[in-house]
Design a protein around this ligand. Structure first.
Ligand code: ADE
Length: 288
């Protein structure tokens, strides 16, 4: 099961509308929509910043999600990102985390001792591929989060320069931190609604809906691809595992061939596609 988190209703309307067999569960003030989309169970919820962490943790504990996609809008920091274009996080950080008064680097998350948390490279690649298919320009890099709507040129420049961030928003890094401590892969996909300058509030109001729909379209394309891929893989495994060798007088030999086929297939898949399982190692907490 994959969890999808969006901060505001408008960021998820289009996805929610396409969920089938939906059940709604309210936990800790957050509405979770469980249903089916491209063969993947999706839990969708509206959140704020602390809410996004509550939501991600609930998805892990109550819904058993195996990966989280955070979709929505962001303020663009990079000159290469125009309105409606998409920032994909290779890493997330918290620009408002600051214990520099006691000697830490700005942005350091005490406890895990990190400034930047890696998003899952496989999901990042899936997002880039989906964007290419839809003809959407993307920039992959750092997305900075904080409990602040950034609409100030100095603050914008500081976040851009200090963290080398492409975009700024209010949830992605909180979700990233929850995923990190739970060893769950995640990716953040944000369409640009404003440039985080003094014009940001007006631009945000005007482009919010359009930008949010873009990010959702990309998310859906990703899910579609992931589903097609897992369907093809599942079909092959079923074929090999389901073959009725037991009746054969050479069943020991058959078992041996089945073993070779399965392992050969898995080795081939690992080599060319890298598996979800192998990916988990890369996202588990590393000592710093
Ligand atoms: N989300 C969209 N635009 C934003 C901005 N300028 N600051 C923080 N979050 C945002």
């Amino acid at each position: 099961m994959i969890g999808i988190i969006g901060a505001m209703k408008v960021e998820l309307e289009a996805l929610k509308a396409r969920l089938q067999d939906v059940t709604v569960t309210r936990i800790s003030g957050v509405d979770f929509y469980s249903g089916k989309l491209h063969g993947t169970d999706v839990a969708v919820s509206g959140v704020g910043k602390v809410f996004s962490a509550v939501c991600a943790q609930t998805m892990v504990l109550k819904f058993g999600v195996k990966a989280i996609i955070n979709t929505g809008v962001a303020g663009g920091l990079s000159p290469n990102l125009k309105l409606g274009e998409v920032a994909i996080a290779s890493q997330v950080c918290q620009h408002d985390m600051d214990t520099s008064g006691v000697g830490d680097p700005k942005g350091l998350i005490s406890g895990i001792n990190k400034v930047f948390i890696d998003a899952d490279p496989l999901w990042v690649a899936k997002a880039e591929k989906a964007a290419q298919k839809l003809g959407i320009h993307t920039e992959t890099g750092v997305i900075a989060s904080g409990d602040q709507f950034v609409c100030d040129t100095d603050r914008k420049a500081w976040i851009r320069d200090f963290f080398r961030a492409e975009a700024v928003e209010m949830e992605g890094a909180a979700i990233g931190q929850v995923c990190f401590v739970n060893e769950i892969p995640f990716v953040v996909i944000r369409s640009i609604s404003d440039d985080a300058s003094g014009h940001a509030p007006v631009s945000y109001e005007s482009f919010l809906k359009e930008a949010a729909q873009r990010a959702v379209a990309l998310t859906e394309e990703m899910l579609k691809e992931a589903w097609e891929h897992s369907k093809a893989e599942g079909f092959f495994l079923e074929l090999v595992e389901g073959a009725n060798f037991a009746k054969s007088p050479f069943c020991i030999l058959d078992e041996f061939f089945r073993f070779l086929l399965l392992n050969g297939f898995q080795a081939f898949r690992n080599f060319f596609f890298k598996t979800e399982e192998s990916n988990w190692d890369k996202t588990s907490p590393k000592s710093t």
